[in-house]
Design a binder for this molecule. Structure first.
Ligand code: ZN
Length: 77
């Protein structure tokens, strides 16, 4: 949901790499090359960045809709 802060397996900090990784991959660079450039060598850390899906904004929309619906029907939020 959120960008990875640390590798689940080895604990290496990764949060500072997320924005650059995401921007460069979205610009069309191969993800493997970006990870090499960023110095992410261990496969446990590479999978953290490669497999992250940030959908917190997507989920937040549903909380807004849920709150609106509960107001409409008079339920508890
Ligand atoms: Zn790791």
């Amino acid at each position: 949901m959120m960008p990875p802060i640390r590798c689940f397996t080895c604990g290496a900090p990764l949060g500072h790499l997320w924005e650059e990784f995401k921007a460069r991959v979205e610009a069309g660079e191969p993800p493997g090359k970006v990870l090499d450039d960023l110095g992410v060598k261990r496969y446990c850390c590479r999978r953290m960045l490669l497999t992250s899906i940030t959908y917190v904004e997507e989920v937040a929309k549903y909380y807004t809709l849920k709150a609106r619906r509960l107001r409409e029907v008079g339920g508890l939020a």
